[in-house]
Design a protein. Sequence first.
Length: 530
Amino acid sequence: MKKILVSLFILSMAFVLLACSDEEASTKEDVVFGEEDLSFSFYGHYDWMTTDPWAENEATKWIKENLNVEVEPIQSGGKSVEKLNSMIASANLPDVIHLNRGPEVQRLVEADQLVPLDDYIDKYPNIKEWVGEQTLNMLRSEDGHIYQIPNWYSTQPRGNGGWMINKQIYEELGSPKLETFDDLYAYLQQVKDKYPNVVPLEVGESGQGIEMMYTGFGENLSRTFIGNRAYPVGNELKSIFEDPIFEETMIYANKLFKEKLITQDAMTQTMDQVKEKINTGKAAVVFTASTADLGRVGNNSLKAEDPEAGYEMIWPIHKQGVDKKKVWIDDYVTLGWNVNVITKDADNPEAIFAYFDWMVGEEGQRVLFFGPKGLYWDEVDENGYPIPNEKYKADSAEVRGDTMIKFEKFNWAGNTVFIDNAKSEIEYMRPEEERDWTTVAQNEITWKTAKDVTEFTNLSPLPESGEGITAQRVTDIFDETFAKILFAKDKEEVKALIEQARKDAEDVGQDKLLEFQTNKWHENLEKIEQ
């Protein structure tokens, strides 16, 4: 904890130094996007994120040649926190930062290092139209300004989480009913007995599927409650350790883990290990936050060996008596996934905003998802969606996917509604056997079982604040308890561990944290109602 506090102090001081800088960014009064050259630096603030070189794929090459835009990627090198701290300390921020909403954005705002976007939003058409007033209002900072351009924002359900079965194993075991957690337990036992080299239930990286089972033990629940370590009771948020449904979930998870029906390295395995099991058919049932993505490659891999093999998404498994239509596996927020901010180091922030506004619009989304005109499409329909050409039809789904993913990496302000609707319309034009597995899974299952949890976002306090330090301590208690529960000898020990966690969380001040979170929740509700 001492190291954490020292790091937070250093970071805070770095922001103070930035705030004291007298440098002002210049802004051109009139910007005609595409007519003048635009060059800006872009930093993705994630350990895992590497931005490819600009203009080395058809989409970004087209943007460079037709819109005169050049982007200089700045890499985190796998150490995003250290990289950002270094740039802050040297008072040399990138022009654009791509990062999560929340405390880090708030620090940059307080240090007066971000360009307010309000005037630009009113001046340019697409962000205002596609993101919408309500979402923009939710992104408004306490000083009244908007600094963030959201990525993969949405006014309709989205998500990739859910349950998936290995079709070959399922059929060989007689295609039994698989609707309730009792059904699942019986089925996993069958798998374990007959297929000793297969993982009965694969739960993904960091055991995410174990936490997600919570959503099936009641109605209208959300895995966001687990992430917030708090669940709603009336008009208040209460500790997740007090939730009887959380306790029931963990008792069931302990039972599966103890009987080796769940991946035994659930808490330590890497995503590559998860993919390897799925792609080689070594998982009978899969439950993760990204099943609809993982399933496409896995399904294609198995079908390459046996056309009758593959994976299939199924409706959420749930507790007996729970209304299956009120089980929400995935969460989505109208705010989307993450955001982009323009710093005051940018020479021409309005031109950068104009580029992002173009990106949000129909042409930008077509180019940065499907590629430029002439590659996979030549014309658009009445909705602006690309009409597949002969090359689109001739290329396999795998080849198209490998090509288009290179474009999507540069779609930093993804327009979920436009892209999802365009994908669906295109895929459902194709014969059933040729449709993209992920798009079908999303349309049939994952989007139908996604819950809007916008009201429960942005509940995190600043890490260096009193509530922030408490939040970290509560998270540490949760993580330690979660791991211990999996190895508990029986349900009585599970109950005892959760009760001890409740007391420990109370001792470190969770009550004050819950009060803070409840207030933030009500602020969100007020913004949504405006």
